[in-house]
Design a protein. Sequence first.
Length: 112
Amino acid sequence: MGIPKFFRYVSEIPIDLAVDTREQHSRVWWVAYDLERAYPMTLLSDNLYLDFNGIIHNCSRPNDEDAHFRLTEEQNNTSIFTYVDRLFGKIKLKKLFFMAVDGVAPRAKMNQ
């Protein structure tokens, strides 16, 4: 379900790593890390922890211009894998890649 105010806390850290940029790929918009601008060279890291729910949601969500537009399963998967490939292209890991995925949201949450 997420950690309340966590992204806000992280975004207030004075490191120019997480920059809100919008990219369009197959009519899909997602918030991407502008690693090119912040760090022109490849980042080395011991660990990478991904909240995969956020990636799935942002990559498979249709463009806001057409509320009835839906992506196929193949388009969803392509968009998600492209995003993850971009991350791995910029971050070289030494030890651990951790991917967290929750289950389906409860009905009360879906009805919001």
